[in-house]
Write a protein that binds this ligand. Sequence first.
Ligand code: JB2
Length: 205
Amino acid sequence: MSRLIIFGGGGHATVVADLAELSNEWSDIALVDDAFPVKRVVHHWPIIGKIADAGKLLREGDSFFVAIGDSKKRNELISLNSGFGNLAKIIHPSAVVSRYSVINQGVVVMPGAVINAGAIVSTGAIVNTGAIVEHDCLIGEYSHVCPGSSLAGSVKVGCHTWIGIGTSVKQGVTIGSNVLIGAGSVVIRDVPDDWKVAGVPARPI
Ligand code: JB2
């Protein structure tokens, strides 16, 4: 079993460390965060250095995971550190993940999420608590499906897109990259890159 170093010390890192501990896949779990050395512990997990020092702290065989909600930062840190350690993926034991789906490295799948057959979740994406990713969906790199959101079959989501909490997306809809979908939206039409939409049905804001 290898050591897991989690980047970040905020809410997301706490949840990810908890999940990683439950999985029993790693011998030790430690964090790196810019709050070091002022802050040295999150619950019982030690903070062992700053994020910029991670390259020096990662030893051969270590795994790492970037647990920072900001997708651009997550992207930057995964790219910077992939030469130093093995990028992990973390799946909560209560998530239902089809053996016919593909979950890439750097992805976290939170408690109670469902990912059905044929779905692809790309590097660095977050499938948050209780989210549903139906058959043949594609979640692009570093996108975030927030808690309780439901994507019906064959929905395509680009990269760095944020699907706000409790959103529903109709079957077959394509959502672009760098899109923000407001909380509680119902998306029934395609959404181009860089748009911000919200409401029922979702409209540009
Ligand atoms: O450039 C940076 C950065 N560098 C280090 N931008 C941001 N936003 N954060 C950075 N950090 C570290 O990430 C900070 O030192 C801090 O420890 C952590 C951000 O913590 P925070 O609690 O603000 O957010 P989060 O990323 O843990 O959680 C966000 O994303 C989750 C997915 C929140 O929106 C959560 O509510 C959400 N569940």
